[in-house]
Design a protein around this ligand. Sequence first.
Ligand SMILES: [Mn+2]
Length: 195
Amino acid sequence: MRSGEVKRRTNETNIAVSLHLDGTGKAEIASGVGFFDHMLDLFARHSLIDLTVTVKGDTQIDDHHSVEDTGIALGEAVRQALGDKKGIRRYADIHLPMDETLTRVAVDVSGRPFLVFRTEFKAQKIGSFDTELVREFFQAFAMNAGITLHVETLYGDNAHHIAESCFKGLARALRQALEVDPREGGRVPSTKGAL
Ligand SMILES: [Mn+2]
């Protein structure tokens, strides 16, 4: 079973993340941030990762620390679950439409953290959620999962749709890239022999 478990505590947040990569998308999410719960829930559903996230954060300030630190912990848990990355597909990309919005997500599960994030929001808030936190989450996740992650929203208007297309696109791309490819025969998918 490819599993990861991370507990992360600072003066700003107290986070527990546990996941099974080869799950069915079962989610138990309590991040303390309503819109972010919605994003993590659909991330689990579309990646088929079983995911439990519990966050106690300083949301009396704002949602920044809770969202960023959850990205860190979730990334660490994915990296832990992947181990030596033997047999995985490694690369995947997807175009994820949501009504008027289209977002492209490409990943390389490379061990080399990098984020390209070309998504702009026309609104600063979705309810009480700051749209700029979407980028903060993707940055923290990519750095700590050790993946190269490119996100580009090609077009779109509605901020809720744009955020959702990014999270669903990440989920669907990871679902492919993290999958074990039987043709790899358990080898590390790199000519270097290590990722
Ligand atoms: Mn929604």
